[in-house]
Design a protein around this ligand. Structure first.
Ligand SMILES: *Cc1c(COP(=O)(O)O)cnc(C)c1O
Length: 360
């Protein structure tokens, strides 16, 4: 362990992670629930997350093959689905050797597949574009793509698509997208995968053979305030410590740009976390933090390494006290709203400088 003087940390609750997985998995009990751990497990440390889940899940999913190779180096032996598929022809070789499942979404990947000798025998998924218009073959291309696959390659093929609005329960687009995919599924007698977290929770008909569970695994709801039969437990607590306390008089300002001005005599705590740690620079004055059992507002601009908090109404605060920026007391959704962004972005942007520490 290297020396750490600063106590800014993301505490990772692996028990909560496992509970969230088991709960969501139980909601889609006929499907294989794939744990999506791309982007360093949404900022939670993919190694730690994969080890905590490896005995409980069949497969993991990551964005690209580099992330999957890192899991193998860390001793993870589960199958790994590569959501963006091969970026290079040589990725097929690595996929075969390492038991990675490749998503194929574009013609150039099919050309690579066809040129490989001996024939590529690893698992493949075909991504179909049902309305997201980001990745995947158009419906009318699928016949031609299928015809280029060998019998073996078609045998265990999974047809996959992705919702663009699964979190909106009163939107009809998810129903249309699912109908497009299931039409192909009946035609080719393939397995299918459609649902991300919001799909699992909002659209049971989309569960299919494999679901792809990302955000909700980390205890963050993709469907806002909508109540679930069991609450998700936030896995990450982002915390930092107070390194200075001072009093400002009425009329004085705090932080860069003088954007906040004291309307009463105010006690300000300076906390050792800033936008270089992934705390959003956009967080407005008033964004809540949690300390000594109470909520207090951020005031002034977020700096690179520090934030300032109005602690006038919180008693007995001393230097060194710990502050929660988000976690079990401050919802990351609230911080996201105060920063004009979304929970996904906040989680994945916690920077390398912040140690990820497993909760006791
Ligand atoms: C990231 C990702 C997921 C997981 O989505 P969540 O909303 O985090 O559950 C599922 N499928 C694909 C293709 C993805 O890229």
């Amino acid at each position: 362990m290297s020396y750490t003087s600063r106590l800014t940390q993301a505490i990772i609750d692996l028990d909560a992670l496992v509970k969230n997985y088991q709960y969501i998995d139980s909601l889609a009990s006929k499907s294989n629930t794939i744990a999506v751990i791309k982007a360093d497990a949404y900022g939670h440390d993919a190694n730690k997350v994969a080890h905590a889940l490896s005995a409980k899940v069949n497969s993991f999913a990551v964005g690209f093959i580099d992330e999957a190779l890192a899991l193998r180096s860390a001793g993870i032996t589960n199958t790994v689905l590569i959501l963006e598929g091969p970026f290079k022809e040589s990725d097929f070789d690595l996929a075969r050797k390492n038991n990675f499942t490749l998503m194929l979404h574009s013609e150039y990947q099919i050309q690579w597949l066809k040129s490989i000798r001996p024939e590529f025998s690893g698992d493949i998924w075909l991504k179909v574009d049902t309305g997201m218009n980001r990745l995947g073959f158009h419906l009318e291309q699928v016949d031609r793509i299928m015809a280029q696959l060998s019998i073996n390659q078609r045998k265990d093929l999974v047809l996959c698509s992705h919702f663009s609005t699964a979190e909106q329960i009163d939107n009809l687009k998810p129903v249309e997208q699912l109908a497009k995919l299931t039409q192909l599924v009946s035609k080719y007698h393939c397995k299918f995968s459609m649902a991300n977290s919001a799909g699992i929770l909002n659209w049971p008909a989309s569960h299919g053979d494999h679901t792809r569970l990302g955000l909700a695994l980390y205890g963050v709801s993709p469907i806002g305030e909508t109540p679930l039969s069991q609450p998700l437990i936030p896995v990450m607590t982002l915390q930092a410590n107070i390194i200075a306390i001072h009093t400002v008089k009425v009329g004085e300002t705090v932080g860069y740009g003088d954007t906040w001005q004291a309307e009463r005599e105010t006690i300000i705590a300076t906390v050792a976390i800033g936008y270089a740690d992934g705390y959003p620079r956009n967080a407005k004055s008033g964004t809540p933090v949690f300390l000594k059992g109470k909520v207090a507002p951020l005031v002034g601009r977020v700096s690179m390494d520090m934030i300032t908090v109005d602690i006038t109404d919180v008693e007995n605060i001393i230097i060194g006290d710990s502050v929660e920026l988000w976690g079990k007391n401050i919802s990351i959704d609230t911080v996201a709203q105060c920063s004009d962004t979304i929970n996904y972005e906040l989680l994945t942007r916690v920077s390398k400088r912040v140690p990820k520490v497993v909760a006791e």
